[in-house]
Design a protein around this ligand. Structure first.
Ligand code: ZN
Length: 198
């Protein structure tokens, strides 16, 4: 235990994902020794990111405006919608350059153990978007793990009666992992080879 504000810093850092108590301590001492200007810049960008970045009102991607860059882009195909768990998946899929449609970010995956059911995800918002007759295909690009599979299965059941094409990424993605960990070529192939779900 350290005194006052130093311990507060270690505690706050320790709450970040992937930062254990040892790393938290190491980062804290690094910051204590760093140039004041460097620490100032870090503090500033932390405050700014919360103030300026919001979620797209349509797809819930990270955005600096009310609608994200992709939703605003008239060249994106409005007939294909790709459903992902997190906005980092959008980044991963964009890197493949394989997909020209638009996205819907669920905000997670169904996971009873973590208390996440369909109501905690942006599924209601997804159904609302699908009432727009322009959308002809929904690609379910959830993570290739247990929660992702459960989410895709649930969505397939919900979407099937709507009469649109529902597809899943082709197999070949590293099973058990996150979509974002797949390399561009593999993810691109999984996209190109997508198959009808159900
Ligand atoms: Zn958007």
């Amino acid at each position: 235990m350290y005194e006052g504000v130093v311990q507060d810093l270690i505690d706050e850092l320790g709450r970040l994902p992937g930062v254990g108590p040892k790393s938290a301590q190491r980062i804290a001492f690094h910051l204590l020794q760093a140039e004041p200007a460097d620490v100032q810049r870090l503090a500033q960008v932390l405050i700014e990111v919360k103030a300026k970045v919001q979620f797209c009102a349509i797809c819930f991607n990270v955005s600096s405006e009310e609608q994200c860059r992709i939703c605003r882009d008239p060249r994106r195909d409005p007939t294909v919608l790709c459903v992902v768990e997190e906005y980092k998946d959008v980044v991963a899929i964009e890197r493949t350059r394989e997909f020209k449609g638009r996205y819907h970010v669920l905000g997670g995956a169904i996971s009873p153990i973590d208390g996440v059911g369909p109501d905690q995800l942006r599924i209601r918002e997804l159904m609302g978007r699908l009432s727009d007759a322009q959308i002809a295909e929904v690609i379910l690009a959830t993570d290739p793990n247990l929660e992702g599979e459960a989410t895709a299965t649930y969505l397939t059941r919900q979407l099937s009666p709507l009469g649109l094409r529902v597809t899943r990424l082709a197999s070949g993605l590293p099973v058990g992992g996150d979509l974002e960990y797949a390399d561009e070529v593999t993810l691109g192939r999984a996209f190109a080879g997508r198959q009808t779900a159900g």
